[in-house]
Design a protein around this ligand. Sequence first.
Ligand SMILES: [Zn+2]
Length: 456
Amino acid sequence: MPTGFTREELQNYARSQRAEYEGVLQKIVEIPSVSVEPERKPDVRRAAEYAVSLLQSFGAQARIYETKGHPIVHGRFDRDPKYPTVTVYNHLDVQPAEGPDWKTAPFAFTRDGDRYFGRGTTDDKGPAITALFGAKYARDHGAPLNIRFLWELEEEIGSPHFETAIRENAKEFATDTAVVSDTVWVSRARPAAPAGLRGLQGLRFELQTGETDQHSGTAGGAARNPVTELCSLIAECVDGRTGRVKIPGFYADVVPPTKKELDDLRKCGFTVKDFKKDHLFRSLRVNDPLEVMKRIWTMPTFEVHGIAGGYQGPGVKTVIPPKATAIVSCRLVPDMDPKKIVKLIKAFVKKKNPDVVVSAEHELAAYQGKTTGPYADAIRGAMKFAFGKEPVFVREGGSIGAVLSMEKVLKSPVYFLGLSLPEHGYHAPNENFDWPQAEGGMAAFADYFRRLGEMK
Ligand SMILES: [Zn+2]
């Protein structure tokens, strides 16, 4: 029976490690590993190389695995092949960061009391390092477990090479279960774990009706205007005010939340006021908290991200543009099939405006999480141990491609132990993480590993 796992002992451990934790976080945050920017490619590699040396300095075996894009880092605290194996997934690439809204330099680590500012502090470098410190403790205190780390560097661009990479290395990456730390609680007051993630289907609508700009005085009235036609088409697809998708059959496969899920939503600590504040919204389509949560987590969407075409400059230039494009995506929920949704939308558009060309872009199925069974119970127990309260299982509105790939290829169930808070600003300016979440996170991970080691 491993000892040393009381809350107090773990608190002492975290305190003793704080300076080192901050030093590591500083080093990794100050490597601008922006995966989407080609000119940052050397930085992304540098982040991978640093990660390997970090894992090695903790006594892990670690190496880089090449992919056709950015590399993957795999590390292992292996004790005995007889013991169960758990793999912690995080990503070390980050979103771009620039602009006047940043109060500190995004790629400088800035400490303000218990808060740590910088791109990647919460998404996902802070949680990655936290899990590593928790794992080190569990290993040093005899948890009978092999703990591995799978650190991706392409999560922010949709994990295009992750599935192939883990398939090619399926033997080395084999694991009994995986735990992902890349999700956000609903509020600091109560831990939360995702019971499901929305999927995504990207689409482009394109309409070309001419070759060049034409004068709206000489041709207007007879000429087709592709911008206007795309606007009409979009209005036939979705009610802009309510968000209700009007394409027949769109909602057919949506699994509504269960009574238990709705109960969890009611007590998860979500408030409309905080939601508006965190996202800087002036108003919402609905104001009832349960209705907002249902919409962002359990319902699909049809969103227009941009319409391009025609004149965009100052004043009014009276042209009829020859061409217009709309960038659209649908967030999907269990059991919607991305391919079926594409078919449905293509058929609908063909009927309404046969000249519009619809092309399908990036797709990702929705994910139905597991909230029962021994692993989910271990997550519950570890969160309660570290943060004083059991987590509520809520769905998340975003998508993590790697989760589906790990379940499919490694055939190991995935669970979530997220540490980020809404005010940490995922993908936003002034992204931050904080010491209470890191301290609790180290305890939660150490306790989770202890529980897995004791699991039959
Ligand atoms: Zn992330």
